[in-house]
Ligand binder design. Sequence first.
Ligand code: ATP
Ligand code: ZN
Length: 210
Amino acid sequence: MKPLKIAIQKSGRLNEKSVELLKNCGLNFENYKSSLISPVSNFPLEILFLRDDDIPEYVQDGIADLGIVGENVIQETEVEVTYLQKLGFGKCSLKIAVQNNSSIESLAELDGKSIATTYPVILDKFLKSNNIQADIRTISGSVEISPGLGLSDAICDLVSTGGTLKSNGLKPFADVMSSEAVLIGRKGSENEDLVQELIQRVQSVLRAKE
Ligand code: ATP
Ligand code: ZN
């Protein structure tokens, strides 16, 4: 039987909790940091360690059967995948923030302003649904320093505790979306029985935590 493949983040905020969840499912594997694939010794499964941004497409295209990734990444990549289970970790929100001394106080006041983000797709939808025309400046990271450098009037970035915003002299004022890690799959997977078995295991681990 061809083993299933599950894609998880190689390193970063979701890696440790993803590995822990799979171990709690009774799966035995080495958490190799150097290799991209780890076989599971007691279940027909291989674990693919990837950058989180690539996970939705790998699952959509059938390279992986399952994946663990933040909802924010799924929304941003606009792929066709199935949400199987919310996982209760990696919680954060995508927020719009401005400098503490900014005169911008309402969403409407963003009209005509510039907003730096690494989430242009989600932000564009949000602005359109609120009838705001703003200039989206897509950058690849360190979004929170952008207003201070005079690169944008506002930012749209992921926030969990708010500490990073605060230490950069920023205040949040609008919620764009909230997100957590989810288990995703694809319709018409070749190995539906194994997929179901894994989902069951994940769900019983989550129930035991309640
Ligand atoms: P990669 O190298 O895999 O591309 P990354 O730098 O894009 O990693 P991380 O910072 O590790 O990503 O974040 C992974 C996910 O963790 C985010 O997409 C989001 O769903 C979640 N997350 C939870 N809290 C936060 C936070 N405060 N800031 C950013 N992401 C957060
Ligand atoms: Zn990423």
